[in-house]
Write a protein that binds this ligand. Structure first.
Ligand code: IPM
Ligand code: MG
Length: 387
C-alpha cells in the first residue's frame, strides 16, 4: 500500500466544507423563518397551476377544471385567482440545465399555493443530463418542509396520515454527493433541530386537532444513529407535550412489514418519518388504496404550499398513446388538500364526498390507465356531476 490520497482527501474536504457551510446557512434561514401565512387575511389568494410533463398536463387540467367550478364565486368576487405557469417541462429544464428554470421559479414565488402536475426526473441511462428532480428542487427552494400524504381504505379500517420530512435527510444534499475516487462515492444525510421540530409539531397538532390518538415515529435509529437518532429524540421529546396521544416508535423495516399485517395495520394513525423512509413507505401505503394514481399529497411550508400527485409523469403511458386514460384521482385528492389548507373547507368536503362516491360507492366509471376504463375527461365530468 503506497497509495497517497492526500490530493483526493484535500479535494473532498474542500467540497465537504462547502456542503457544511450551505447547511449551516440553511439552519439559520429556517430558524429565522416567519410563521405560517394566514390565508384568511389575504385580499386575494393566488393559485398557481403548473402542468408539468408526461400525463401531468392531462390530469392537472382536469383538477383545475374542478377547482374552477368549486371556486367560481370566489374568482368572480376577485378573492381567488388562478395563474397558469408554463415551462416546467423536461425540455425547458434541460435547455437551461436547471431543475426549475429561473423564470418559472419567479412565477411560482408570486403565488400562495401551487397545484403541480408530475414532472419527469432524469435517471441514469436517460438521454437527458442529470438535473435534479423538479419536485425535490421546488420543495427545497420554497422550503416546503412537510409532505403530508393521507391513505384511506374505509372497508379495511385503514386511515393513515404520513408526515414525511421533505427537505432534509438523504435528500438534503441531493446531487452534491461526492465521488472521492473512482472507487469511493459518498452521499450525506442531514438532520437539523428546527427541521425536525417543525415536522413533528405539524404532525402532533394534526393528530390533536383531528382526534387521532396515536402517533408513530419511524426511523432506523438503531443503525443510522446520528441523524435518525436526533430525529427520534426530538420527536419523543415533543410527544411529552401531548399526553393524550399515544406515541410509539418503530424501525422502518418492521413498520414496512406491519403495514401488510391486516390485523395490526388498522391501529396505525399518524406517522412522522425522515424523507427517504417517507418516500418509500407512502408508495406501499398508496398501493392498498388502489395505487399511486389515487394518492395526492400536500407539500407544506410556512410561506408556500404545493399540492401534487405522489406518482411520476408516466412517460410509458404517453409513449403508448394512453395519455387520455390517465387517472386524475391523485390530482383531485391533492386539490381536496389544497382547499382544506387555505380554509375552503366546505368546498373541500364537496369534492371529497364526490370523489369518494365516484371512486368507492357508485363506480359507474373507473379509470384503469387503458382503454379498458374511462378516459380522464369522462371521469372528471362524472365527478363534476356529483359535486
Ligand atoms: C415523490 C417522488 C419523488 C421523491 C421523486 C420523483 C424525486 O417519488 O414525490 O415521492 O423521491 O420525493
Ligand atoms: Mg416517491
Amino acid at each position: 500500500m503506497n497509495n497517497n490520497y492526500d490530493a483526493q482527501v484535500k479535494e473532498a474536504v474542500a467540497k465537504f466544507e462547502t456542503l457544511v457551510r450551505g447547511q449551516l446557512e440553511r439552519v439559520e434561514r429556517i430558524n429565522a423563518a416567519a410563521d405560517f401565512v394566514d390565508y384568511a387575511s389575504l385580499d386575494k389568494l393566488i393559485i398557481g397551476v403548473c402542468g408539468g410533463d408526461g400525463i401531468g398536463p392531462v390530469i392537472t387540467n382536469a383538477a383545475q377544471t374542478v377547482l374552477e367550478k368549486l371556486l367560481a364565486d370566489k374568482v368572480a368576487a376577485g378573492k381567488v385567482e388562478f395563474r397558469i405557469i408554463d415551462g416546467l417541462t423536461i425540455e425547458n429544464r434541460v435547455a437551461v440545465n436547471k431543475a426549475i428554470p429561473d423564470d418559472v421559479l419567479d412565477e411560482l414565488k408570486k403565488c400562495h399555493v401551487i397545484l403541480k402536475g408530475p414532472t419527469t426526473t432524469p435517471r441514469a441511462g436517460d438521454p437527458w443530463p442529470n438535473i435534479e428532480s423538479a419536485n425535490v428542487a421546488m420543495r427545497k427552494e420554497l422550503d416546503l418542509f412537510a409532505n403530508v400524504r393521507p391513505v384511506k381504505v374505509p372497508e379495511q379500517g385503514i386511515d393513515w396520515t404520513f408526515f414525511r420530512e421533505n427537505t432534509e435527510g438523504s435528500y438534503a444534499v441531493g446531487s452534491n454527493g461526492q465521488h472521492i475516487t473512482d472507487d469511493l462515492a459518498m452521499d450525506f444525510c442531514v438532520t437539523t433541530t428546527e427541521g425536525t421540530n417543525r415536522i413533528a409539531r405539524l404532525a402532533f397538532e394534526f393528530a390533536k386537532n383531528n382526534k387521532k390518538d396515536r402517533v408513530s415515529i419511524i426511523t432506523k435509529a438503531n443503525v443510522i444513529k446520528t441523524t435518525d437518532g436526533k430525529f427520534l429524540r426530538i420527536c419523543e421529546e415533543m410527544s411529552k407535550e401531548y399526553p393524550d396521544i399515544t406515541t410509539d416508535e418503530w424501525f422502518i423495516d418492521i413498520l414496512t412489514a406491519k403495514l401488510i399485517d391486516e390485523k395490526r395495520r388498522r391501529d396505525f394513525k399518524v406517522f412522522i418519518l425522515p424523507n427517504l423512509y417517507g418516500d418509500i413507505i407512502t408508495d406501499e401505503a398508496a398501493e392498498f388504496q388502489g395505487g399511486v394514481g389515487t394518492a395526492g399529497s400536500a407539500n407544506i411550508g410556512k410561506r408556500y404550499a404545493m399540492f401534487e400527485a405522489i406518482h411520476g409523469s408516466a412517460p410509458r403511458m404517453m409513449k403508448e398513446g394512453r395519455g387520455i386514460y390517465a387517472d386524475p384521482c391523485s390530482m383531485l385528492r391533492a386539490s381536496v388538500m389544497l382547499l382544506n389548507h387555505v380554509g375552503f373547507n366546505a368546498e373541500a368536503d364537496r369534492l371529497e364526498k364526490a370523489l369518494d362516491f365516484c371512486m368507492y360507492t357508485d363506480k359507474k366509471y373507473t379509470v384503469t390507465g387503458r382503454d379498458t376504463g374511462a378516459t380522464c375527461e369522462t371521469f372528471v365530468n362524472y365527478v363534476i356531476e356529483n359535486l
